[in-house]
Design a protein. Structure first.
Length: 498
């Protein structure tokens, strides 16, 4: 007869945090959100520490190189998805590792013989007013000049004339070799009163452009997650099918950390794959998951996982619970796994961080997940809403939306994640849909971080370990939940004093 485990399967919505005493000096500026990413001896430091406790989901609709760059610049980490050929994923890793803040690959490029009308069209398409003129119109072609929207007027100049007539030709163009730093580039921009400095290689081919505004922009990110060579860090998802080929290619490309990605990680396949990875690449951290209880945590921790993801069935695009009847409320899962993580540490002296993955709907859910013991969180829907996510941005009558689809949807067909028998997806475990567009990732994350810090301050904590050790939670009754959500019609015009 089946065994019924003790306790109800509960979700984040069912909990609230009680405020603790807030001491003098416990203020948002004092809150430190650093957190360990990977296994380490108790009391020692984790080899990789996140500057903020956020990772992006291993999904086509979420973890692209652009998003990985934006998230790492804000102290978090992306795991680039593996739902693509090995060489494509390795190329994505390289894009993040080769990113040099302030040095942008030119996206507005023309040839000298192209017409000014063509230039206008390209500028309108990219939204940028500086174009590189290269021999073949590519971003890496031989640089022949630069042309900006200030060099011609669409009504004064003949738009059938060639770009060469209005460009600043290479002979008169200040430019640099590729060995300069961003601060050296910035000095030249100011000393020579330039708006843009092209960087070329030894053969005169364009490498990148540095704009005056980008130096300021880089100073916005004091919390970047970088490796010892100051390159942004990036993670990569792997599966239990082609890991013997995929892992070497990803490491060769520079991936900092890997994660076995499965909807149900409590399997011999995953233990074998972890054992193989730890045997061949002992210095590379590898995470595992997903699990929802302490027994499965112990299984993967003993197989060598360097962190373990928690969550089955809670994802916003997930229909696993409806399709297979498998899963657990995310709050119960995190509490159970966190207790197992602490017991494992007592037993072995090793701390194996855990990650709450999926189902975080409100910003305060992130605070709850952290308070309940998660070292960091992983999110799909949250990140899919931003400019940097790969889904298309589409207009609707109520504003913009971004596409967001599950890895188990027919659109993604990531059969390696679902193990339904054989190679393919027999039934869907995820949906294909839209989420409200939310602008730039850094702006959105700034607000989220402010909210989490405010929650921690109310709970009297300035670090995540302190938050976890002292948080007090209460279950919310159906009645008080409804009271919280009593509807008030929101005024859409400013109130007029009477
Ligand atoms: P979200 O943050 O609630 O959108 O959940 C994202 C998480 O859902 C991912 O990190 C995965 O663990 C999980 N996930 C991704 N795609 C699917 C799917 O198609 N079905 C079920 N779960 C999924």
């Amino acid at each position: 007869m089946a065994q019924v485990v003790a306790g109800v399967s509960r979700t984040f919505n069912e909990y609230l945090l009680l405020p603790n005493r807030t001491g003098v000096g416990c203020a948002p500026e004092a809150v430190d959100l650093r957190t360990p990413l990977v296994r380490h001896r108790e009391g020692a430091e984790s080899a990789i520490e996140l500057g903020s406790p956020f990772t992006s989901a291993i999904m086509q609709a979420v973890s692209s190189p652009d998003l990985a760059i934006a998230l790492a610049r804000n102290g978090g980490l992306s795991f680039l998805h593996h739902n693509c050929p090995i060489d494509e994923q390795a190329a994505d890793v390289r894009k993040v590792k080769n990113f040099k803040a302030g040095f942008v690959t030119s996206d507005t490029n023309v040839r000298p013989q192209d017409t000014l009308q063509h230039l206008v069209d390209v500028m309108r398409h990219t939204g940028h007013g500086t174009a590189a003129v290269t021999h073949d119109g590519s971003a890496g072609g031989r640089l022949l000049g630069l042309v900006t929207s200030r060099d011609f007027h669409p009504h004064r100049h003949d738009l059938d004339a060639p770009v060469a007539d209005r460009m600043t030709a290479i002979a008169d163009l200040p430019r640099s070799g590729s060995d300069l730093t961003l601060s050296e580039a910035n000095s030249r921009l100011w000393e020579e009163r330039l708006d843009c400095l092209p960087v070329v290689d030894a053969n005169g081919h364009l490498r990148s452009l540095v704009f005056r505004s980008d130096y300021e922009d880089n100073k916005r990110y004091p919390n970047q997650l970088v490796d010892l060579d100051k390159r942004l860090r990036v993670g990569a998802g792997v599966n239990t099918y082609d890991y013997e080929e995929r892992i070497p290619a990803l490491l060769d490309a520079g991936a900092d950390v890997l994660c076995f990605d499965s909807s149900d990680g409590y399997s011999d396949w995953q233990a074998q794959a972890l054992t193989w990875a730890k045997k061949h690449y002992p210095e590379i951290p590898v995470g595992g998951g997903n699990v929802v209880d302490g027994e499965a945590f112990d299984f993967l921790a003993e197989a060598g996982a360097d962190f373990i993801k928690v969550g089955v069935g809670g994802g916003s695009i997930c229909i696993t619970r409806d399709q297979k009847g498998i899963g657990r409320g995310q709050a119960s899962a995190v509490l159970d796994v966190a207790a197992a993580r602490d017991a494992f540490r007592e037993r072995t002296g090793e701390y194996v961080p855990i990650c709450s993955d999926g189902g975080l709907v409100h910003d305060y859910h992130m605070a709850l997940a952290l308070a309940m013991g998660s070292d960091f969180v992983m999110m799909g829907r949250y990140f899919a809403r931003f400019d940097q996510a790969p889904g298309a941005k589409l207009p609707t009558k109520d504003g913009f939306v971004k596409e967001y689809w599950g890895e188990g949807s027919n659109r993604a067909r990531n059969w390696q994640r679902y193990g339904q028998g054989g190679q393919g997806l027999i039934f869907e475990e995820g949906v294909d849909g839209y989420v409200p567009y939310a602008g730039d990732l850094s702006d959105g994350l700034t607000v989220t971080i402010a909210k989490i810090k405010a929650t921690m301050v109310s709970c009297g904590a300035t670090t995540l370990p302190e938050f976890q050790a002292t948080a007090r939670l209460t279950l919310v009754s159906e009645q008080s939940f409804q009271e919280n959500h009593a509807s008030v019609a929101v005024r859409d015009t400013p109130a007029v004093a009477v």
